[in-house]
Design a protein around this ligand. Structure first.
Ligand SMILES: Nc1nc2c(ncn2[C@@H]2O[C@H](COP(=O)(O)OP(=O)(O)OP(=O)(O)O)[C@@H](O)[C@H]2O)c(=O)[nH]1
Ligand SMILES: [Zn+2]
Length: 342
């Protein structure tokens, strides 16, 4: 029978030896001191899937949050400390008593004025912006927003351009070249030897990478190619076609074969709200445009007549994507100052 959270209290805490060999907890010793470490790989309705242990000892443990955590959010990628039944047996439920300090935090908001932040993932170091070259067409505004989110989160961006069998990646690549964002091109339906997956694997090696993209760009296809038994391993349901699908509305962390890095799959997005990014900082997240602000008047909002960016972009300094990038920048600035309207 499944146990309810109520079944657990301080007296139920059983301590497993960890690598350093933990001592049994005495009555006055707080639970968090004897807790063992793990990483959150999935979140579903208040239940957290946590990977614990190393090598032979590795196991997946289901956990709930401990009351003492209060309202603190726990997201995929979080390093946590657990107490309770960390055996990983089917009916076991451990408790997360601590969330370790995060190295990075990828956030978005529903729209640009929404004060409610959705934390997508913690501790990832690379944001892979997945965009199809065709069907659906690339959405530069969304891509630009994802890039801003990556820079703001302190993550390095990577463009993954899919469906190269349907459209020549050349024009897109050259228009984005001034940004100096690394890009990989894939074609999982192309002729043999042209799928580009090795390039993607190289770019993912040894890193924790979050994949984001609009629905239909081929993200699941990539994840399934990179981690063939991913969804089986995480207990996520495969449909009859064998195509991995997770029905949850949150992210899932999957280890790359060989243990050399992680990919974190996220549900398809339609927008990427940036209400959490300070308007003054937005320009610093457009590295291809920032140099053009040297001649701006003091305190320029970069969305006013005197702004030097228009002339600079018109002179071609930001390359072929310059006008579109400037438009992205201005849209973002306007969205963050709603009184100006858009
Ligand atoms: N021609 C072509 N089709 C592809 C390629 N990659 C994926 N597709 C197809 O594009 C469609 C969408 O692919 P998915 O992998 O489900 O896309 P997704 O981004 O995960 O979409 P959501 O699950 O809605 O977020 C499917 O029909 C795939 O077979 C590709 O490289 N070339
Ligand atoms: Zn300006």
């Amino acid at each position: 029978m499944a146990r309810s959270p109520r079944d657990y209290d301080e007296s139920d805490v059983r301590i497993r030896p960890n690598k350093r060999g933990s001592r049994p907890r005495s009555k006055d010793r707080p639970a968090h001191l004897d807790a063992v470490p793990g990483m959150v790989t999935a979140v579903d309705r208040g239940r957290y899937t946590v990977l614990m242990g190393t090598d032979d000892d590795e196991r997946v443990v289901l956990a709930m949050r401990a009351r003492e955590l209060g309202r603190k959010g726990i997201v995929v990628g979080d390093d946590v400390a657990l107490v309770g039944d960390v055996s990983g047996s089917p009916d076991a439920l451990a408790r997360i008593v601590r969330v370790e300090p995060r190295r990075t935090l990828l956030r978005r908001t529903a729209d640009d004025t929404d004060p409610v932040e959705r934390v997508i993932v913690a501790n990832a170091d690379q944001l892979v912006v997945v965009s199809a070259l065709a069907n659906p067409e690339p959405r530069p505004r969304l891509i630009d927003r994802c890039l801003v989110a990556a820079y703001d989160a302190g993550m390095s961006p990577l463009l993954a351009l899919t469906k190269a069998d349907l459209a020549d990646p050349g024009p897109f690549l050259s228009s984005y070249a001034p940004l100096e964002v690394p890009a990989v091109v894939t074609a999982t339906r192309g002729p043999a030897g042209t799928d580009g997956l090795d390039g993607l694997r190289d770019a993912l090696r040894g890193r924790v990478s979050v994949l984001v993209g609009h629905s239909g760009v081929g993200k699941s296809t990539l994840v399934n190619a990179l981690v063939p038994d991913a969804y089986r391993a995480t207990g996520v349901v495969n449909d009859v076609t064998g195509r991995g699908r997770h029905t949850s509305t949150s992210a899932v962390a999957l280890r790359l074969p060989g243990g050399d890095g992680w990919v974190i799959d996220t549900p398809g997005i339609r927008s990427f709200g940036l209400a959490h990014v300070e308007p003054e900082r937005i320009i610093t997240h457009f590295p291809d445009l920032e140099a053009g602000t040297d001649n701006c008047p003091r305190g320029c909002s970069h969305d006013e007549e005197e702004c030097a960016l228009d002339a600079w972009v018109a002179e071609g300094h930001a390359g072929p994507a310059g006008p579109s990038r400037l438009e992205s920048l201005r849209r973002l600035l306007r969205a963050r100052t709603p009184e100006k309207g858009d």
